[in-house]
Design a protein around this ligand. Structure first.
Ligand code: PMP
Length: 401
């Protein structure tokens, strides 16, 4: 008998499990709107032209080797990533108050930040929005933080529960960590306005709450890298401290390359360098040092004016296609006379629409229409095309009537 005979079968991941179920379905009309990965109008994964160009340059460069990177990763990549999120002229960067380490995409960067906080920060409670990306509570718990939630989404308005958010953060203990989605909140697609961000900032600073930004969709929400970083930048502009985890999975289409960064903005350069020395002690026993390929692609693109410009154009095209899908789905439901108010489809931001469909309606759409999505009714707009919108609209119509 196996020494592992007692191992119990674990459930599939709630998000990645959707793809597992989709792959098993043999229907020709099946549609995967579960995982947040960009697809073209033809339903195909996309490698950006600028990424292909960067990879070609890397391959042709005879001087390149595959030696280990330092523990904190590729120096150019780290510097350029900080500039991308905090702004090229950020005083915090100029004053050397920011330490940035390369991470294993957004997930790995969140994990390293969380482990650092669990070891070195006096308050081990992190507040995450309700709802949030399903991996957040797991990442923070396993890193040794205690997870609490703050109200974020109001199902009755399908919008922000701003009052609840202010109340919950207002009654959080001094110094608590607060996880904030930098833009394009997942799964709700609901972001605070800039005025609301400003109120959140004032409240958090007055209570000494520590902001931990998760930036997985910079540029992907509005099509503008700078606009999507506004929330982060107002928190850095006040001189206070914060953390930011960045992912290049969506905005550069580098999902499987696992390339991201963790930045910690400190009050002084001296503190930042001590923090960096401790980040190395978190990383070294976890995975030693990060992979070189994805970070080299990103650094090649970010440091070249023309390539950077080409990236912004391709990024905008992805964001625009998603916004077009929102309009098409909304129009398709309107033309079918589907009962209910569906304006949230065009109001929500980023990759996902939080449809408001319940678990039974989702199960119905999967069974009868072979449409796959998470059971909370979240659909990835990036997985939709002009060809598949009518099928989705038919399914939603049937589910709610
Ligand atoms: N945060 C949020 C809110 C996300 O939606 C995602 C991707 N689904 C991530 C972080 C991290 O993704 P990755 O590790 O692939 O960069």
């Amino acid at each position: 008998d196996s020494v592992f005979a007692n191992v119990v079968r674990a459930p599939e991941d709630p998000i990645l499990g959707v793809t597992v179920a989709y792959n098993k379905d043999t229907s020709p009309i099946k549609l995967n709107l579960g995982v947040g990965a960009y697809r073209t109008e033809e339903g195909k994964p996309l490698i950006l032209n600028v990424v292909r160009r960067a990879e070609q340059m890397l391959v042709n460069d005879q001087s390149r080797v595959k030696e280990y990177l330092p523990i904190i990763g590729l120096a150019d990549f780290n510097k350029l990533s900080a500039k991308l999120i905090f702004g090229a002229d950020s005083p915090a960067i100029q004053e050397n108050r920011v330490t940035t380490v390369q991470g294993l995409s957004g997930t790995g960067s969140l994990r390293v930040g969380a482990e650092f906080l669990a070891k070195h920060y006096h308050q081990r409670t992190i507040y995450i929005p309700q709802p949030t990306w399903g991996n957040h509570p797991k990442i923070f718990t396993i890193a040794g933080l205690s997870v609490k939630t703050y109200r974020y989404y109001d199902p009755s308005t399908r919008g922000l529960h701003f009052q609840g958010l202010l109340e919950d953060l207002g009654s959080a203990p001094t110094g608590a960590i607060v996880l904030l989605h930098a833009c394009a909140h997942n799964p709700t697609g609901v972001d605070p306005t800039l005025e609301q961000w400003e109120q959140i900032r004032k409240l958090m600073r007055s209570k000494g709450l520590l902001p931990f930004f998760d930036s997985a969709y910079q540029g992907f929400a509005s099509g503008s890298l700078d606009a999507d970083a506004q929330a982060v930048r107002i928190f850095v502009a006040d001189g206070g401290e914060c953390l930011a985890a960045q992912s290049y999975a969506k905005n550069m289409g580098l999902y499987g390359e696992r390339v991201g960064a963790l930045s910690i903005v400190c009050r002084t350069a001296d503190v930042a360098s001590k923090v960096e020395s401790q980040l190395k002690l978190v990383i070294r026993p976890m995975y030693s040092n990060p992979p070189i390929h994805g970070a080299s692609i990103v650094a090649t693109i970010l440091k070249d004016r023309d390539m950077f410009h080409e990236w912004t154009i391709e990024l905008k095209a992805m964001a625009d296609r998603i916004i077009t899908m929102r309009q098409k789905l909304f129009d398709a439901l309107s033309s079918r006379g589907t009962p209910g108010d569906w304006s949230h489809i065009i109001k929500q931001i980023g990759m996902f629409t939080f449809t408001g469909l319940n678990t039974e309606q989702v199960a119905f759409m999967t069974k009868e229409y072979h449409i796959y999505m998470t059971s909370d009714g979240r659909i990835s707009m990036a997985g939709l095309s002009s060809k598949t919108v009518p099928h989705l609209a038919d399914a939603i119509h049937a589910a709610v009537t």
